[in-house]
Design a protein around this ligand. Structure first.
Ligand SMILES: [Zn+2]
Ligand SMILES: [Zn+2]
Length: 480
């Protein structure tokens, strides 16, 4: 008997299986559960047939065949369209059936074989395929990982299986973490649409690192609406109760919170550094990896991975806290938080650098992070101002991920290109006009120390900016 004839017989049998609400109602709990399990099994097998047939149809509809392809001869523009009209499935299900069907067609595909054998369902196969996609690893290792995931598919739903496959992919291809992260980061976008009725709409796609900041603010504004109350003291409890009584929707609360945040931020002068209460992304990384610049970090909460370069950039700016773990992952000891640069020092950096020090960058200090010019491992904890420079987030990430280096020579900072892109170092000049004028004045009149940029003469040690060594500058206004 051909597959088609056998399938037709099976469908006829399936059609005759009684389906009625009254049969359902009178069944025992155990029967209902078994009923559901068997229906799932039937669907899994039916999906496998659909994928196989769709894959074959796609093979006969190859674009190189043009109008002679099967789909076109049947009057469909694409194989997806033919699957949709032939089976009544949604566009997304048609795409999945074709993708998995093509896998089943491919010679020696572990995943395709598992689907054909009815071991793995089509949605599970798609979750594994998508999760492992882009892993740059030897084919035999990818096959091994696929077999492992096929075995795990029995106990994981497709969403969790997809997450698990991405974890496996990151283990297989750790070197690719940086480029995958950069690709995700490159897709960040905020679009504004005008709706016909006068409303406007923002569509915001944001990457895992941005999510660390945005989600923190979103959660602060809307919890305990989402996920239930998590208060620990009476003040928080009162806030939680007020928020639950609030007659606004969670979406309205979020909208109001972001509006207020933007209003406040928009009214700040750009030379003001953001307060230390700003949300920080927490990333877990083995201390040895951070020191050696190997491995990767995992964002606490979301579980997304970050390249070691990005983790180093975060450690540079936010500092680190060491947790000593036992072999079961229990925290034995939590070290003190180490912030590399104090708020006070950041103000000094802001005055000196006047913004992102990267050549050609115009970002003001409020957009910048403190970058430690020494390698993290070599100079962990030394926080003298000479070893720090301001960089905007974009250039800070670029520097660490592409292995640029900033070195200090004769009191000036030089940007050295990465080893794989040799070129002459570039002198980095402060973005502060006041400092540039001050330096020019000093070299003109190097014999007159003790003169501040405002032109007032001060005696050493009694300057309004409070610095110890003349000559000095009066600091930019800084929020408290
Ligand atoms: Zn840095
Ligand atoms: Zn910059």
């Amino acid at each position: 008997m051909t597959s088609t004839a056998a399938l037709a017989t099976a469908v006829a049998v399936l059609r005759d299986v009684p389906r009625s609400v009254s049969a359902c109602r009178s069944a025992s709990d155990a029967s209902v559960l078994e009923w559901m399990r068997l229906a799932g099994e039937a669907r899994k097998l039916a999906d496998a047939h659909l994928a196989l047939a769709a894959g074959e149809m796609a093979r006969r509809s190859d674009p190189s065949l043009g109008g002679a392809g099967l789909a076109r001869r049947e009057g469909a523009r694409t194989p997806e369209e033919l699957v949709k009209t032939q089976t009544g499935s949604t566009g997304r299900d048609a795409v999945v059936a074709l993708r998995v069907g093509r896998l089943a067609q491919a010679e020696g595909s572990v995943l395709g074989d598992a689907v054909t054998a009815g071991v793995v369902s089509v949605p599970a196969a798609e979750a594994i395929r998508a999760g492992l996609e882009g892993a740059d690893a030897p084919p035999e290792l990818v096959d091994q990982a696929t077999e492992l995931l096929c075995a795990e598919a029995a106990t994981l739903d497709p969403d969790r299986l997809h997450k698990r496959a991405r974890e496996v992919r990151d283990e297989l291809d750790e070197a690719g973490i940086a480029s995958r992260e950069a690709r995700l980061r490159g897709r960040r976008s905020l679009r504004r649409l005008e709706l016909r009725d006068g409303m406007k709409r923002l569509i915001w796609d944001y990457d895992p690192l941005t999510a660390g900041v945005v989600d923190e603010i979103y959660d602060r504004a809307t919890s305990p609406r989402r996920g239930g109350p998590r208060f620990v003291d009476s003040e928080q409890k009162a806030r939680a109760e007020a928020l639950e009584k609030d007659d606004r929707t969670t979406e309205q609360i979020a909208s109001d919170a972001f509006t207020e945040l933007l209003r406040q931020a928009g009214s700040l002068p750009t030379d003001v550094l953001l307060g230390k209460g700003a949300p920080a992304v927490r990333v877990l990384v083995p201390a040895a990896d951070l020191a050696a610049g190997t491995g990767h970090g995992v964002i606490e909460g979301s579980g997304e991975v970050l390249s070691i370069g990005t983790v180093q950039a975060l450690a540079c700016n936010q500092g680190t806290q060491t947790a000593l773990l036992d072999s079961l992952g229990d925290v034995l000891d939590l070290g003190r938080e180490q912030r590399l640069y104090s708020r006070h020092q950041r103000v000094a950096l802001a005055i000196r650098d006047g913004g992102c020090l990267w050549s050609g960058c115009e970002r003001p200090p409020s957009w910048c992070e403190a970058h430690h010019i020494d390698h993290y491992a070599r100079d962990h904890g030394r926080t003298d101002l000479a070893r720090g420079v301001l960089l905007c987030k974009h250039h800070h990430l670029k520097l660490h991920n592409e292995n640029w280096q900033i070195r200090r020579q004769d009191g000036r900072y030089w940007l050295h290109p990465p080893p794989d892109r040799p070129g002459p170092p570039v002198l980095l000049v402060t973005k502060s006009r006041a400092i540039r004028e001050h330096v020019a004045r000093r070299s003109d009149r190097s014999a007159t120390p003790g003169r501040s940029a405002s032109g007032a003469t001060h005696s050493p040690g009694a300057l309004s900016a409070g610095t110890e060594h003349p000559p000095s500058m009066t600091g930019a206004p800084v929020s408290g």
